[in-house]
Design a protein around this ligand. Structure first.
Ligand code: ADP
Length: 366
């Protein structure tokens, strides 16, 4: 009976538990055994009680739960070969040769490196007399499947990451609350949302709440944006709007790559428009709470697909990443998606905003 490991890694995101639940139950339904690896790569490296057989009922009630109940961690050791060697040994000791990882581009890169070193890691363990040839013989091929869990929706080649719509929902609820008080006092609010390299949350929150102005990492405003922003807001006010909402992504920058801070935006609104202005940094509430319906559905369908991908994989197929494109659950080559994501980030870092946009557009023209 095949043993399939599942783990969550990197930043937590609502829907990760739904993904684990789907992987566990689909594995069992297909006649396999499911194992949860707790605390991300930390659990892989340390092994022992951090790798646990999961039964059907162990994931009862997990569909809606936020965060990740099997834990996540940043793990320095796994970045080194010695850590991955320990991870390989723990997998063999548990008889696991398929791993489904739900995380961001960092976690999926780590997983692919791990696979590329296989079965060399096993030979090394035999040489070091930590395992015997008989122990490693049945496990010559490691299966890796990626699920993308991230509230930022920052992975290329997929339309949505697990957690993004829950976070967007949370932001909208928070802005609705702010709206009520902003309207009452005729105030302006500068709302800072998450998104270090990807402005999807800020942009879609802006659309969904009818914000007056939005600042994103990948589209810095033109020089003189202060006047443009004030003109727009003054116009809205003149038309009778009693509240002003400006959304700033935490990674928002201007053309000189200087951060656009919420406090600077507030000062502009106070100084140029005389608006009574407050700042609200939403912070970790954006990650918290239950998963929205879309994330429950996405994580469940993708978790099922991940198990199918494990069972269909051959040593020749590149590791797949489970994606969603135009409402269809799809498989994409994992490393292509990760490389594209990192190329976009590199463009932004190098001020090549048009290049970043072209890369993103190219995805949809495939
Ligand atoms: P995310 O998955 O959300 O992008 P990180 O980049 O922090 O988050 O990655 C999570 C974990 O994945 C790291 O703590 C590390 O253990 C592992 N990891 C990330 N990048 C690599 C890499 N290049 N090689 C090996 N492991 C990596």
């Amino acid at each position: 009976r095949k043993r399939i490991g599942v783990m969550t890694s990197g930043g937590d995101a609502p829907g990760m538990n739904a993904a684990v639940r789907a992987v566990v139950r689909m594995s069992i339904a297909k006649g396999c055994e499911a194992y949860a690896i707790y605390e991300g790569y930390e659990g892989l490296v340390k092994g022992g009680s951090l790798i646990k057989r999961m039964r059907w009922e162990d994931v009862r009630g997990w569909l809606s739960e936020g965060g990740t109940l099997i834990g996540t961690a940043r793990c320095k050791e796994f970045r080194e070969r010695a850590g991955r060697l320990a991870g390989a040994k723990n997998l063999i000791l548990n008889g696991i040769d398929a791993l489904i990882i739900c995380g961001g581009d960092g976690s999926l890169t780590g997983a692919d490196i791990f696979r590329s070193e296989w079965p060399g890691l096993l030979d090394e363990l035999v040489k070091k007399k930590e395992l015997t040839q008989e122990q490693i013989n049945p496990f010559q091929h490691l299966n890796i499947v990626g699920l993308v869990g991230s509230i930022d929706n920052d992975m290329s080649s997929t339309d949505a990451t697990i957690g993004a719509y829950s976070s967007l929902t949370r932001i909208c609820q928070a802005v609705d609350f702010i709206d009520a008080t902003a309207y009452s006092h005729s105030r302006a609010f500068v709302v800072e949302v998450m998104g270090r390299h990807c402005g999807w949350l800020a942009l879609m929150a802006g659309v969904s709440t009818g914000a007056d102005f939005v600042f994103l990492p990948e589209k810095p405003p033109a020089a003189g944006w202060e006047d443009e922003m004030c003109d727009i807001i003054a116009k809205h006010r003149k038309l009778g709007k009693r509240k002003t909402i400006v959304i700033v992504a935490e990674g928002a920058i201007d053309r000189d790559l200087k951060p656009v801070s919420a406090s600077y935006v507030k000062d502009i609104l106070v100084d140029k428009l005389g608006l009574d202005t407050r700042i609200t940094t939403l912070g970790h509430v954006q990650r918290g709470g239950t998963a929205c319906a879309y994330d429950r559905m996405l994580a469940t369908l993708q978790g099922v697909e991940a198990v199918e991908a494990v069972l269909e994989s051959t040593p020749e197929t590149p590791s797949p990443m489970i994606a969603i494109n135009e409402n269809k659950i799809t498989r994409k080559p994992l490393m292509d998606a990760v490389k594209l994501t990192q190329s976009v980030a590199a463009c932004i870092k190098n001020k090549d905003f048009e290049g970043a946009m072209e890369l993103r557009d190219a995805e949809f023209e495939e």
